[in-house]
Design a protein. Structure first.
Length: 439
């Protein structure tokens, strides 16, 4: 008989998260909205009646674990496929095997981890086999499938949204790891409830991060003949920097900038500062945030307080001069000013309505009175004829029509009564009334 050593035992040399991966639904932690008693996904798995589906959720919430549970329960052939290491060639090989199995009356369940990493052509390769029923496709993704999965493929899949685990779920998971024989159940580990709570909070809804942090804390614990003790000092080193969920190119990027924008629009400086700091702590380029503030200053404040644009541009310049971490206070200054400023979207509405007319109407010629006539020929063609110079009048106004004939009654800018825009609206009314009198 071959002698086994500690180093040969691959089970216990694997990461803690892999060693204690749940084998059935009763051991699974979290996702009660999908896997609670009587819930649809649980029934589909228990009855082995799964159809093509997409698991969408942040890292460490159980997407791959659910796939492994399905693999253990289904009577179909189960193929685990990674989008990271596979291409069109590998896809075709697997599809051919699945097609042969279908002819023999055997279903094939294909799990594709990180399906969003496949390009359009690779995703298209799955489509005919899903349509024929050669495979039941289960995809896992951290990205919004509406953007990352082909519409044709997505329409044939049921999307299940997995949520970040709650604090209590993570604490339960950590407690199970200490009791599970595959984890630390056969060892004496001393760790306090408050330490487990700190690990759970640090993990930010990610089970894998929680288990990896526990494993690191135990590995660096104080060893005595009686037990391994996790110390507060050792744990602090493991969680000294909180990892925030933030992908500067993914959906969360747009979620956070949306939250910042809408908080400022709702005149909530505290929420706006929070979302801004979340982005900075996640590694966002401060110049990107500053550019969005410049846009906000005209889109949501505009003429109600034109100084808002000056503040936003100044904040951009400060970020350019100083960079992080010093420029965070300048962004806070701008975010607070923009949040408290009176709000008007009149400029945004005017711009959008005008763009719509520009796209939908034919390219109207510039009226002759508005054209320059630098050459004799252009003068002979009446370029500039009828032009009225506003500075030659006492009112600095003329009755000259500046719009194309087909759009001369169109009005895009409708001032609000917010902040300084009220005065702008009153002046515009006086101008329009004066022009109307001379028509």
């Amino acid at each position: 008989m071959e002698q086994m050593s500690l180093f040969d035992d691959r089970k216990f040399s694997a990461p803690l998260a892999s060693r204690i991966r749940p084998a059935d639904l009763d051991e699974f932690v979290g996702q009660e909205h999908l896997l609670g008693k009587g819930k649809m996904l649980r029934q589909l798995i228990e009855r082995d009646q799964i159809s093509s589906m997409i698991f969408w959720g942040p890292p460490g919430v159980g997407k791959t674990t659910l796939a492994s549970i399905i693999a253990g329960r289904t009577r179909a052939d189960f193929i685990n496929f990674s989008a990271v290491t596979s291409g069109i060639k590998e896809i075709k090989e697997v599809m051919n095997r699945a097609e042969e199995s279908r002819r023999l009356g055997v279903r094939t369940v294909l799990f594709v981890d990180e399906i969003h990493r496949f390009n359009k052509a690779q995703q298209d390769a799955f489509l005919p086999f899903v349509e024929r029923g050669s495979i039941v496709l289960i995809g896992a993704t951290t990205e919004n499938p509406s953007f990352e999965v082909n519409a044709a493929l997505l329409s044939r899949c049921k999307v299940f949204v997995l949520r970040a685990l709650e604090q209590k779920d993570l604490e339960r998971l950590l407690a199970n790891a200490l009791k599970n024989p595959a984890g630390y159940g056969n060892q004496s580990i001393r760790v306090t409830d408050s330490q487990l709570a700190a690990i759970a909070a640090f993990a930010n809804g990610d089970a894998r991060t929680a288990l990896n942090t526990l494993e690191m804390a135990v590995t660096n614990g104080e060893i005595s003949p009686e037990a391994i003790t996790v110390t507060d000092q050792g744990l602090e080193q493991c969680i000294s920097k909180k990892s925030l969920l933030y992908d500067k190119t993914g959906e969360e990027h747009y979620n956070l900038i949306s939250a910042l924008h809408k908080s400022m629009r709702n005149s909530d400086p505290d929420a706006a500062i929070y979302w801004m700091c979340r982005m900075l702590e996640g590694g966002e380029n401060p110049l990107y945030i500053a550019r969005r503030l410049i846009r906000f200053a005209s889109e949501d404040i505009g003429m109600a307080d034109s100084r808002a644009l000056q503040v936003a541009v100044a904040a951009y310049q400060a970020c350019h001069f100083l960079g992080m971490p010093e420029c965070d206070v300048h962004l806070t200054h701008a975010v607070t000013y923009l949040s408290l400023a009176p709000k008007s979207n009149a400029l945004y509405v005017a711009c959008e309505e005008c763009k719509k007319d520009v796209r939908e109407f034919r390219a109207e010629p510039v009226p002759l009175q508005l054209r320059n006539a630098p050459t004799k020929l252009m003068k002979e063609l009446s370029y500039g004829k009828g032009y009225e110079y506003a500075h030659d009048t006492e009112e600095k106004l003329t009755h000259m029509e500046c719009m194309p004939e087909s759009l001369k009654e169109r009005r895009y800018y409708h001032p609000t009564e917010q902040g300084e825009e009220k005065a702008a609206g009153e002046r515009l009314k006086r101008i329009n009334d004066w022009k109307a009198q001379g028509v």
